[in-house]
Ligand binder design. Structure first.
Ligand code: KIV
Length: 298
């Protein structure tokens, strides 16, 4: 579990039949826990526009925001490969813009690679980013940045024509230099065929069990939103219940004066109360009191 995950080790995992575990992360605390838990890939997804920012789509997310979150995640990840998502309109307008923005996610955000949504029509963009020595992960099928074109978040590739087009997209992205492809919201039979056809790993979300790996949004797998229950999400914890119960207990202890107790308070034997203002206290050992209360030297 110690060696760092790279685009090359991910390809080896495919060919050795070892499933790839990918999960989204948006901040350093979650990234550290998920990295320790054994994530192969941490995706700083533009899904943060919905689950962190509270928008109803990923469309408002900006490159600067992605860089901010990538930086937090890449600081905390010790082993996992960190992928930074290219947000809406950061690669669609021109190849130059695409390369520049991909470069910012890597240079400023510390991402190891970038991900972009779209098929064969983005082959030239993928080629240019790869030429700049930035690895690219593709993303086909249900592509949330195209929500208005798709007419909603709907499963793709259910008929022969669209399925064939998705297979062609996957092959085109591989030929353009993608090191892996996310397949989202496609029938498992199609995902199986595409996975067998490609030399690079496929990572599924709502694409069935035959993909080389799986990805979920961390808040979904942790059960933080009880109102979000799509078929493809399995909840591995009741995050919402856990956080709510802990917060309720904290509020209750504050209200009934039982927190903070002696164990969670500081004391000094050399304090004197300023006579004119009994609320203000001055410590003669102020330096000692200030040192290291977060467990790090100051
Ligand atoms: O933005 C994201 O989190 C994603 C995953 C759902 C694949 O693209």
């Amino acid at each position: 579990m110690k060696d760092k995950v790279t685009i090359h080790s991910l390809k080896k995992q495919k060919h050795a039949g070892q499933k790839i575990c990918m999960v989204t992360a948006y901040d350093a605390t979650f990234a550290r826990i998920l990295d320790e838990a054994g994530a192969d890939v941490l995706l700083v997804g533009d899904s943060l526009g919905m689950v962190v920012q509270g928008n109803d789509s990923t469309l408002p997310v900006t490159v600067d925001q992605m860089i901010y979150h990538c930086r937090a995640v890449s600081r905390a990840a010790k082993r996992a490969h960190v992928v930074g998502d290219m947000p809406f309109m950061s690669y669609q307008t021109s190849i130059d813009e695409a390369v520049k923005n991909a470069g910012r996610l890597v240079a400023e955000g510390g991402a190891h690679s970038v991900k972009l949504e779209g098929g064969a029509e983005f082959s030239d963009v993928v080629r240019a980013i790869v030429r700049a020595s930035i690895p690219v992960m593709g993303h086909i099928g249900l592509t949330p940045q195209s929500v208005h074109k798709m007419g909603g978040y709907v499963v793709q590739g259910r008929d022969e024509d669209t399925a064939r087009r998705l297979l062609e997209d996957a092959v085109a992205l591989q030929n353009a230099g993608c090191f892996a492809i996310v397949m989202e919201g496609v029938p498992l039979e199609l995902a199986k065929q595409i996975t067998a056809r490609l030399d690079i790993p496929t990572i599924g979300i709502g694409a069935g069990k035959h993909c080389d790996g799986q990805v979920l949004v961390c808040y979904d797998l942790l059960g933080f939103n009880p109102n979000f229950k799509p078929k493809f999400v399995k909840r591995y914890a009741d995050g919402h219940g856990l956080v709510k119960a802990a917060a309720e207990q904290f509020f209750s202890e504050v209200r009934d004066h039982s927190f903070p107790d002696e164990d969670h308070s500081f004391r000094s034997t050399t304090l004197r109360v300023i006579a004119s203002n009994p609320d203000v206290v001055v410590s003669e050992r102020e330096d000692k009191e200030k040192s290291g209360i977060y467990g790090v030297p100051v």
